[in-house]
Design a protein around this ligand. Structure first.
Ligand code: APR
Length: 255
């Protein structure tokens, strides 16, 4: 039995299985990762996208954010085999939750393609969704495309009907994650029997602590990542492989 077969043997419909994903699961779809070769933070300065900058200089923030979104999400990108395999595992009752740090919306797209069922995994977008914007005053969320267009044409910061300004509906550096989301993520890690960390460098909190929390609660931890991570020491299974190889193979071992 190889490592992946050992991991698959722990996953059945009665087990609570949670997957934490990062930029590496979307890399094969053409969405750039943040760290590593040609990462987003090699091309852009993180400091330009802090919550403090948004508050201090909303015009400049929006001008830079337009460039960042273009670089990250400019081309049409689709879920890849890894997203689809997680959606299939969810559909088949093998996956209870997907906690994603990604803001690209690809897990939702894959779930839509695979089709809904009542035992679908919860998808928790820990860092929000870059396809939406949110008014900082009235809290109204709406599709981001028309607002980004208005900002690109000079309305910076773009404003809501209520007079408030829009912010991309993502968690910015220096901004608190919604408390409910962190609590939910932590209890899912605590309750999990199997915790999969897929395509993340696991250096940004609170996500980075979840695999260790799961391990300390007795979960079997599997890490799928091309590079080493700070939680490799608590992983029962480590797959230094491309997500589009390993995740579909894991799903096939279950059915
Ligand atoms: N298959 C497997 N692993 C991959 C693949 C692939 N095809 N491509 C990249 N990886 C791995 C890289 O080796 C890297 O360790 O995915 C990881 C991506 O790490 P990061 O770029 O740091 O992305 P992530 O962990 O999601 O970053 C967390 O940081 O900047 C913030 O808010 C941002 O959500 C992001 C958070």
């Amino acid at each position: 039995m190889d490592d992946l077969e050992r991991l698959a043997a722990e996953i059945d419909r009665d087990a609570t299985v949670v997957a934490l994903t990062g930029a590496g699961i979307s890399a094969p779809s053409g969405v750039p990762t943040f760290r590593g070769d040609d990462g987003v933070w090699d091309r852009f300065d993180e400091g330009q996208f802090t919550y403090g900058r948004f508050q201090r200089d909303p015009d400049g923030f929006w001008a830079d954010r337009i460039e960042l979104q273009q670089a990250m999400f400019g081309d049409d990108y689709e879920p890849n085999a890894a997203h689809d395999a997680l959606a299939a595992m969810s559909r088949e009752g093998y996956l209870d939750a997907i906690l994603t740090q990604n803001t690209d919306g690809l897990h939702e797209d894959a779930a839509d393609t695979v089709g809904d069922s009542d035992d679908d995994a919860t998808i928790l977008e820990l860092h929000g969704n870059a396809r939406r914007v949110r008014c900082v005053d009235c809290g109204k969320r709406r599709d981001g495309d028309p607002i980004f267009e208005r900002a690109a044409e000079g309305e910076r910061p773009p404003t809501c009907d209520c007079g408030g300004i829009y912010k991309p509906d993502v968690v910015l550096f220096g901004e608190q994650l919604p408390g409910a989301a962190i609590q939910r993520a932590r209890s899912l890690a605590q309750e999990s029997d199997v915790f999969l960390a897929i395509g993340s460098s696991l250096v940004v909190e609170p996500a980075a602590s979840l695999p260790r929390q799961a391990a300390s609660s007795g979960a079997t931890v599997g890490v799928v990542n091309l590079e080493s991570t700070p939680v490799d020491d608590v992983a029962d299974v480590i797959q230094r492989e491309d997500v589009t190889e390993t995740v579909p193979r894991l799903r096939e071992l279950l059915s």
